[in-house]
Design a protein around this ligand. Structure first.
Ligand SMILES: *[C@@H]1O[C@H](CO)[C@@H](O)[C@H](O)[C@H]1NC(C)=O
Ligand SMILES: *[C@@H]1O[C@H](CO)[C@@H](O)[C@H](O)[C@H]1NC(C)=O
Ligand SMILES: *[C@@H]1O[C@H](CO)[C@@H](O)[C@H](O)[C@H]1NC(C)=O
Length: 187
């Protein structure tokens, strides 16, 4: 099944390269649902830059520190009846391992690049206090060529303190439209 999807993606990729048309991953919406036991004062919004790009801003104040945090990353693709279905990505990564660079697999590396560039997290866990993200967007250079369409990246955060079961921290839903780049006329 996954092998076949791999082949289809490879052919799709060849087609894109030959057709020489660029794709963009334009953010269309962002929603944050923090658990108030962990984070308050949350804001989450997009700012439009141009036809091809919108960037995300996020702020919140952590009540409890993030010490051993995992993220369940799921990707969904929207169908013709506006329903979202699981699509290719369904993985759990340990955020603190990524930040301390003990986790080098693909999603981990992608995640770390994003965290380092767009958030105020520049040190290893625990993470405390004010958490922010600025000018966050999905760089198409980091992405495989997905089929055109509408996608939802769902990020569910959990805290695994040493002395108890995992606790839900919050969910971030990031909606993205994969589309042909709109050529912007030079002024
Ligand atoms: C949330 O915002 C209010 C008003 O700005 C502030 O007084 C409070 O300290 C903030 N909460 C935390 C946990 O930082
Ligand atoms: C992290 O960022 C803060 C504020 O930008 C800065 O003061 C601090 O030196 C940075 N720490 C590291 C380890 O880069
Ligand atoms: C950190 O969380 C992982 C699960 O993601 C768990 O297996 C591990 O025991 C935790 N480590 C500590 C020190 O709490």
């Amino acid at each position: 099944m996954y092998f076949r999807i791999g082949i289809i993606f490879y052919l799709w990729h060849l087609y894109r390269v030959c057709a020489d048309s660029a794709l963009v991953y334009k953010s269309t919406n962002i929603e944050c649902f923090p658990d108030p036991a962990f984070a308050v004062n949350a804001t989450c919004y997009l700012k439009a830059i141009n036809w091809n790009k919108a960037v995300a801003y996020m702020d919140c104040d952590l009540i409890l520190p993030l010490a051993n945090t995992s993220v369940h990353i799921e990707l969904f693709k929207r169908d013709y009846s506006n329903r979202y279905h699981p699509f290719l990505v369904n993985a759990v990564v340990n955020l603190c391992d990524i930040i301390s660079k003990r986790n080098f697999f693909t999603y981990g590396m992608m995640f770390w690049k994003v965290i380092k560039k767009y958030t105020n997290v520049n040190h290893s866990c625990p993470i405390k206090g004010h958490l922010l993200a600025r000018n966050l967007y999905i760089d198409e250079k980091l992405m495989p060529n997905f089929p055109l369409g509408f996608y939802l990246f769902s990020l569910k955060f959990y805290e695994n303190y040493a002395d108890g079961p995992a606790r839900f921290v919050g969910t971030v839903k990031f909606y993205v439209n994969v589309k042909e780049m709109v050529k912007i006329k030079q002024q």
